[in-house]
Design a protein around this ligand. Structure first.
Ligand code: FAD
Length: 462
C-alpha cells in the first residue's frame, strides 16, 4: 500500500497524459492499467495501429495507381500480410514502450492490474489498497454492440479484431459508415478485398458538412468501396469462415442478405467503467452511460474526477489528452481549460477529411448569419502534381465580423491543414487574417488561404 496525491485509472491518452502533467506539477502520481501495455485503446488497438495499416496500404495504392504515370515502371509490390502485421505491431511496441519510458522519467508508478474504488480516497488493485487524495477515472470506451450481431473477433469482428485478421478477406462487409468503418474499409479495399459498407442513414459520416459527405462518398466509390445506404442490419449468421448479413432497406422494408468472409461491426463506441464500483459510490452517469462531470472534470463525488471517452464529448484521443492536462491542473489548484469549440476531427483515409468548429447546419440552427469561402484543390499546383486535386477547403466566417467559425476540408493533408485554422480560431482571427498571411508556394496550405480569400474579395486561382 502506498499514499499518492493522484491515482489515475487507465493509461490511455487521457490517463497517461494526465499522469505526466500531474507529476510535472509536483504531485506524487500512480496509474492503474489492466492491459499488458500502456497507451490504452489509442496506442494498442485504435489510432496508432489503424494509421500504420492505412499508411502501408496507401503506399500500395500509390504504387498500383500512380507510379507508372510518373515514369516509375515495373511490377507493383505484392502484399505480405504477416509482415504488414509485424510492422504494425512494431509501431505499437515503439509507442507503448515510449509511454513506459515517460512514466519512469517522470517517476510515475504503474500499478499493474484492474482497479476499483472501494471508497473515495482509495483504489484497490488486486489485493492491495492504495490511498489517493484525488482519483481520476480515464477508463475509456469499448465497441458498441448491435442487436442480432454476435461478435466472435474472427469472422464477425470489432475494430480490434479487424486490426488482427488472420488473412485479408476476399469479401468484407462493414456495418456503419463512420470514421472507423471507412478507415478500416479503405485499408482492406486497397489490399484487394471487395468491401461493402452498410449504413443505416442516407449519408456517410453523420454530422459532417453535407458537401464533404457527398464528395467523400463519391471518391470512396470511385476507389471501389460499395455502399448500401438507408439499411438496417437485422442479424448476422456466422460459421467458422463465413458470415451472412441480413438487412432491411428503410425505403421499402425489403429484406436482403449479403455474404462475406469478414464482417466488421463499426457502429460506434460506448463508455467503459465496468468493475470500478461507481454504483456503490453513487457516481452520477448521463442517460448515455457516460460519467457526469462538472467544469473542473470532478464527478458529484468530491475527489473523484473523470476524463476522456468515459465522459461526454467526441471520442477522440486529443480531446482525452486535453482533458487529462486540464484535470491535472485543476487537481494541482491551477486553472485547467479545454476549448470544446475548437476540437478538430480527422478521418485518415485518402484523401483525408478534417473539420473544426461549426457546420452550416449548426449555424443555421443558431440563426447566425455566416459566409462561405470555398476553394477546390483543382486550383492548387502541388495537389495537381501529386494526383491529389479531388477535394476542397471550406471556411465558414461570421457575416458581420468575418470571424472564423468553422472549417471543413477534404483533400491531401487535410488532417494537418486543419490546424492553422484551429490556431486562428483560438486567437479569434478573421478570415481576412488568414488571407493576409503569406503561405509558402507550392503547398497544400495555399488552398486554405484561398478559401479564406474566398470569404472576402475572392480567391486568385479559381
Ligand atoms: P482509452 O484509450 O480507451 O484507455 C482506457 C484504458 O483504461 C485502457 O487501456 C483500459 O485497459 C484501462 N482501464 C479501463 N478500466 C480499467 C480499470 N478498472 N483498471 C485498470 N485499467 C483500466 N481517436 C483519434 O483522436 N484519432 C484517431 O485516429 C483514432 N482512431 C481510432 C481507431 C480505432 C480503431 C479506435 C477503436 C479508436 C480510435 N480513436 C481515434 C479513438 C481513441 O482511441 C480514443 O478516443 C482514445 O483512446 C480515448 O482515450 P481514453 O484515455 O479516454 O481511453
Amino acid at each position: 500500500m502506498a499514499n499518492y496525491d493522484v491515482i489515475v485509472i487507465g493509461a490511455g491518452p487521457g490517463g497517461y497524459v494526465c499522469a505526466i502533467r500531474c507529476a510535472q506539477l509536483g504531485l506524487k502520481t500512480a496509474v492503474v492499467e489492466g492491459r499488458e501495455t500502456l497507451g490504452g485503446t489509442c496506442l494498442n488497438v485504435g489510432c496508432i495501429p489503424s494509421k500504420a495499416l492505412l499508411h502501408a496500404s496507401h503506399q500500395l495504392h500509390e504504387a498500383e495507381h500512380n507510379f507508372a504515370k510518373m515514369g516509375l515502371k515495373g511490377k507493383s509490390p505484392s502484399v505480405d500480410w504477416k509482415q504488414m502485421l509485424a510492422y504494425k505491431q512494431d509501431v505499437i511496441d515503439t509507442n507503448t514502450k515510449g509511454v513506459e519510458f515517460l512514466f519512469k522519467k517522470n517517476k510515475i508508478d504503474w500499478l499493474k492490474g484492474w482497479g476499483s474504488i472501494p471508497t473515495p480516497g482509495k483504489v484497490k488493485v488486486g489485493d492491495e489498497v492504495h490511498e489517493a487524495k484525488n482519483i481520476i477515472i480515464a477508463s475509456g470506451s469499448e465497441a458498441a454492440s448491435l442487436p442480432g450481431v454476435e461478435v466472435d473477433e474472427k469472422v464477425v469482428v470489432t475494430s480490434t479484431g479487424a486490426l488482427e485478421l488472420g488473412k485479408i478477406p476476399k469479401k468484407l462487409v462493414v456495418i456503419g459508415a463512420g470514421v472507423i468503418g471507412l478507415e478500416l474499409g479503405s485499408v482492406y479495399q486497397r489490399l484487394g478485398a471487395e468491401v461493402t459498407v452498410i449504413e443505416y442513414l442516407d449519408v456517410i459520416t453523420p454530422g459532417m458538412d453535407p458537401e464533404v459527405q457527398k464528395t467523400f462518398q463519391r471518391i470512396l466509390k470511385k476507389q471501389g468501396l460499395n455502399f448500401v445506404m438507408g439499411a438496417a442490419v437485422q442479424k448476422t449468421e456466422a460459421t467458422k469462415t463465413k458470415a451472412k448479413v441480413t438487412y432491411k432497406l428503410r425505403k421499402d422494408d425489403s429484406e436482403h442478405v449479403i455474404e462475406a468472409d469478414t464482417v466488421l461491426v463499426a457502429t460506434g463506441r460506448k463508455p467503459f467503467h465496468d468493475g470500478l464500483g461507481l454504483d456503490a459510490l453513487g457516481v452520477e452517469l448521463t442517460p448515455r452511460g457516460q460519467i457526469k462531470v462538472g467544469k473542473d472534470w470532478q464527478t458529484n463525488v468530491p475527489g473523484i474526477y473523470a476524463i476522456g471517452d468515459v465522459i461526454e464529448g467526441p471520442m477522440l484521443a486529443h480531446k482525452a489528452e486535453d482533458e487529462g492536462m486540464a484535470a491535472a491542473e485543476m487537481v494541482a489548484g491551477k486553472h485547467g481549460q479545454v476549448n470544446y469549440g475548437v476540437i478538430p476531427g480527422v478521418i485518415y483515409t485518402w484523401p483525408e477529411v478534417a473539420n473544426v468548429g461549426e457546420t452550416e447546419a449548426t449555424l443555421k440552427e443558431q440563426g447566425r448569419a455566416y459566409k462561405v469561402g470555398k476553394f477546390s484543390f483543382m486550383g492548387n499546383g502541388r495537389a495537381k502534381a501529386n494526383f491529389a486535386a479531388d477535394g476542397f477547403v471550406k471556411i465558414l466566417a461570421d457575416k458581420e465580423t468575418d470571424r472564423i467559425l468553422g472549417c471543413h476540408i477534404i483533400g491531401p493533408g487535410a488532417g494537418d491543414l486543419i490546424h492553422e485554422v484551429c490556431v486562428a480560431m483560438e486567437f479569434g482571427a478573421s478570415a481576412e487574417d488568414l488571407a493576409l498571411t503569406c503561405h509558402a508556394h507550392p503547398t497544400y496550405s495555399e488552398a486554405v488561404r484561398e478559401a479564406a480569400l474566398a470569404c472576402g474579395d475572392g480567391p486568385i486561382h479559381a
